[in-house]
Ligand binder design. Sequence first.
Ligand SMILES: NC(=O)c1ccc[n+]([C@@H]2O[C@H](COP(=O)([O-])OP(=O)(O)OC[C@H]3O[C@@H](n4cnc5c(N)ncnc54)[C@H](O)[C@@H]3O)[C@@H](O)[C@H]2O)c1
Length: 322
Amino acid sequence: MQNKFTCREVNKLKVLITGGLGFIGTYAANRLVSLGHQVVTFDTLSGPPPESTELLKGTEHFRGDLLNPLSLFEAIEKHKVDRIMHLAALRNLDSQRNPHLAFRLNCEGTVNCYEAARIFGLERVVFASTSATVGSYEYYESLGVKELPDDLPSRPINIYGVTKAFDEMMGKEYGKVYGLNVVGVRLALIYGPGKKAGSKTSGWNDLIEGSMKGEPMKQSRLGDKKVSITYAKDASEAAVCAVLAKNPPSGTYNCTGHSVTAAEYCDTIRLVLPKANITLVDDDARPATMGLFDTRGAREHLGYTPIFSLLQGIEDHVKTLS
Ligand SMILES: NC(=O)c1ccc[n+]([C@@H]2O[C@H](COP(=O)([O-])OP(=O)(O)OC[C@H]3O[C@@H](n4cnc5c(N)ncnc54)[C@H](O)[C@@H]3O)[C@@H](O)[C@H]2O)c1
């Protein structure tokens, strides 16, 4: 399956991944190493958690805090880094609970990456954005918009989205003013082994992992509207493609996976886990954002297309945890 990915390879690189010991960072680090690149994970954690040791084999680790630019500078200098993949961030619900920390980590921390890249003359910063920057489901439905392009004006739906919209806009300015190549990968809902519990979207993982344990599960039908859902290995691949692509124009690219209804998602879980006991609930809930993204920019400029179908993603998820 791996060799179907269509990244455009460049010379062997040394890539520093902020938040490299997190959910997406671990997969991205593993993939870069498998392609022959060198990876330094930069994270406040002291080292890989036991469950990630295998995936992070062949990487180096620098314990540092994004909010201390000197530690970032030290890591870049010590490891002779070529490019940064910036993934460290405060998640959705945590940002709602702690807006000041969200501002510090997601805005100031991102500017620290842009500054470090500018000062050290690095070639590129890739950062993870989110569908929470683009606007609510109701807004685009009322306009009759069916598919969201890359360059929509930001209409963030929450505090987390505001901080990431700032990152997108500030990245553009660093490109304009300093010529820094800043590439955002706009990710939507992600599922896969290793996703932390308690996030706004972890319920989609719970449906798989609860069903594996034989637990009865409930899921809103979400009005049979489509959501965009991406397997973790595809989401991390998008970030890897953005790091390795040849001369992608600065900007933020929709890097989503598949558009499905909640019912289709649950039906696919049942194909993999025939004993899954999931009840679909008819309620007033609707998806937070539109589930259809135009991904032509990511395909053309980054060489990214999702490789895992929904069925393959769920099969891989279940197999990994079995
Ligand atoms: N997981 C999703 O569903 C999802 C969806 C859309 C976008 N994203 C974005 O993708 C990126 C990666 O998300 P994730 O799910 O892997 O997050 P995660 O929470 O699993 O990992 C974040 C990592 O950052 C580290 N970190 C936190 N503060 C730090 C600091 N001050 N300095 C250095 N490291 C620090 C943490 O220790 C952790 O290892 C984030 O930018 C997130 O906003 C994630």
